[in-house]
Design a protein around this ligand. Structure first.
Ligand SMILES: NC(=O)C1=CN([C@@H]2O[C@H](COP(=O)(O)OP(=O)(O)OC[C@H]3O[C@@H](n4cnc5c(N)ncnc54)[C@H](O)[C@@H]3O)[C@@H](O)[C@H]2O)[C@@H](O)CC1
Ligand SMILES: Nc1ncnc2c1ncn2[C@@H]1O[C@H](COP(=O)(O)OP(=O)(O)O)[C@@H](O)[C@H]1O
Ligand SMILES: [K+]
Length: 547
């Protein structure tokens, strides 16, 4: 599934209208219809939850058919049929643009189901133009009651639900005037809110929420998923996002320059070529599945290395060698018998020493990937140490944690270019240091920032946190939705580093390993939470055990 910006969406709209010759009003009709269908579905669920007899038109039809044998059957439009329609009263908040036009079309379809609707114009209806004006006139001709905000009396307490069709992808800046007042009133009404396309007040590209911004229960996103719906806080404002087709062909998307994908099993398989079943050759042996070299851990942060190393093994590679300061050895021996340990010297206090670089370079010659960073700490001349690894290690590199902080302090673009890929796995704080911006700026548009940085530096970025973004040097990005807030626990990132390294060692390319690693990490976190009965209870080791 593609994720588009408002500008790309406008291009897709335009092409459909101009090149395919589909009239804009037809797209708006489709939009109105799918929005109405989702509202009907919501009302139906609400009716069922209310304990009412939920036998709807279709079920009744099926029962009748069973009685009548194979007799001729006909049923009403199920998607727009509602038994308890008389109990529903919806307010349709209508803005000036095409988003408002979608709302007006939806209102007509809702009225057809028997739901009482009242149009609430944010601006005088005379100021609508184009297709939205056609919809205004159709609604008026159908006799739909309408009020104008600020001119007529309005009581939100009298409705059973609100359709937010105030602002869509054409919005600019924070909602103003009547729009802002209606949004605030809708939010404080306590009524269920369905948003047309995006919640009004949301930046459709970045996921920033303006003050005020609608807090919807459901967002019926039209044609293509908008980037802002996948980025927090936009994701929270949108509620349950339903993407519905309105007649704009998906096949146009590549031409529009869309490079961002929702990370689904289908995208992993069909677009990235990942074997989701992770089939292994019957003749395979430990040498077949690759060997990870891990440079991690200090005496005080030994757990980080252990978590990464164990996660790498659980993710399926054949062998893991953990290179660590000598002082750690007595503490670690026996804690994970499946691991190979390599003593690379180090300081008396169990920290790393830059002199370890020659041993690491030697070890890396017999390994398939080097992962560096978890629990590494900082040490004298660590920049030169990392530069030697960057320039001298002839296999893919995964860089995490303190190793990212080393990179952030230097202009590594000047370092010799590498034959093999590099994956950086920052959380937002580390990303901020790398990009020289504040954490708030990273969070303002995670997708945009990760994409820009990855392309500019010729590396793969895994920007962690809720809805982790994987950005490639070629300018593509994948947004993950597996996982949950319970994974915000010390060491969860170290587990991810081990997993991505393991997949690289098994022969996946950097995009496959990063994307599949993030996806599996989230799934394992979900499984661990189910086993514990509560997401808050999980610790990083549980994620490994759930792999
Ligand atoms: N062919 C098309 O273009 C289609 C568009 N669709 C709908 O159209 C929407 C985009 O329509 P538009 O481009 O007309 O834009 P919008 O409907 O998002 O609204 C733009 C209008 O709102 C006002 N406005 C903008 N920012 C504001 C702010 N901060 N405060 C107060 N008022 C503000 C301006 O008067 C502007 O004309 C989509 O989100 C979607 O819902 C759908 O109907 C499908 C087809
Ligand atoms: N709300 C969340 N939803 C999904 N995943 C999350 C959430 N919070 C954290 N995670 C995941 O947990 C991991 C935390 O990593 P990180 O911040 O590096 O922790 P640590 O440094 O302690 O290992 C990341 O993979 C991140 O994406
Ligand atoms: K809207």
């Amino acid at each position: 599934m593609y994720l588009v910006t408002a500008e790309q969406m406008r291009w897709l709209d335009g092409e459909t209208i101009q090149r395919l010759g589909i009239p804009a009003i037809a797209l708006m009709e489709n939009a109105g219809r799918v929005i109405a269908e989702e509202i009907v579905a919501l009302c139906r669920r609400r009716g069922e939850e209310g304990g009412r007899n939920a036998a709807d038109g279709e079920d009744a039809g099926l029962k009748d058919a069973a009685l009548a044998g194979a007799a001729f059957q006909v049923s009403a439009d199920h998607a727009l049929t509602l038994d308890n329609a008389a109990a529903e009263r919806w307010l349709i908040l209508v803005g000036k643009g095409n988003n408002g036009g979608d709302g007006l079309a939806a209102a007509r379809y809702l009225r057809e189901t028997g739901i009482a609707v009242t149009l609430v114009y944010a601006v005088p209806p005379e100021s609508l133009s184009g297709e939205a004006a056609l919809q205004r006139d159709a609604a008026a001709a159908m006799g739909l009651p309408a009020v104008v905000y600020g001119r007529d009396r309005l009581d939100l307490a009298e409705c059973s639900g609100i359709l937010d069709a105030l602002l869509g992808t054409g919005a600019a800046g924070a909602p103003r005037g009547a729009y802002a007042e209606l949004i605030a009133a809708a939010n404080s009404s306590g009524k269920v809110i369905v948003s047309a396309d995006i919640p009004s007040g949301l930046n459709a590209d970045t996921g920033e929420t303006h003050e005020p911004c609608i807090h919807a229960s459901v967002t019926v996103c039209l044609a293509f998923l908008k980037r802002g719906l996948l980025q927090y806080p936009g994701s929270s404002a949108a509620g349950h996002v339903k993407v519905r087709a309105i007649g704009i062909p998906t096949s146009l998307a590549p031409e529009s320059g869309v490079q961002v994908y929702l990370l689904t099993p289908e995208v992993l398989h069909a677009h990235l070529g990942v074997d989701l079943a992770r089939r292994r050759s019957p003749e395979g042996h430990k040498g077949t599945y690759g060997h990870v070299l891990l440079a991690a851990g200090t005496l005080r942060m030994s757990g980080a290395g252990l978590l990464s190393a164990r996660a790498a093994l659980r993710a399926g590679c054949g062998l893991v060698t953990w290179a660590l300061p000598q002082k750690l050895l007595p503490a670690i021996i026996g804690s994970a018998p499946e691991l190979m340990l390599a003593d690379v010297g180090g300081n008396e206090d169990g920290t790393w020493h830059a002199g370890s670089v020659s041993e690491l370079l030697k070890l890396s010659k017999e390994r398939d990937v080097l992962a560096v960073g978890p629990g590494l700490g900082r040490f004298e001349s660590d920049t030169e140490w990392l530069r030697h690894l960057w320039e001298g290690v002839d296999c893919p590199l995964v860089i995490d944690a303190d190793a990212l902080n080393i990179l952030a302090e230097t202009d590594y673009k000047d370092w010799a270019s590498r034959r093999h890929p590099v994956i950086l796995t920052p959380h937002p704080g580390e990303m901020a240091r790398l990009a020289g911006v504040t954490t708030a700026e990273v969070k303002r548009d995670r997708i945009g920032l990760a994409m820009g940085y990855a392309k500019d530096h010729g590396i793969t970025i895994v920007l962690k946190g809720a809805h982790t973004v994987i950005a490639t040097p070629e300018g593509q990005a994948y947004v993950n939705t597996t996982g949950h807030p319970g994974m915000g626990t010390g060491g969860a990132g170290d587990v991810l580093t081990g997993m991505i390294s393991s997949l690289l060692a098994q022969g996946m390319n950097e995009t496959q390993a990063a994307a599949f690693g993030v996806y599996l990490h989230g799934l394992a976190g979900e499984r661990a939470a189910r086993q514990r009965n509560n997401p808050a209870a999980i610790i990083a080791g549980d994620i490994i055990e759930a792999l």
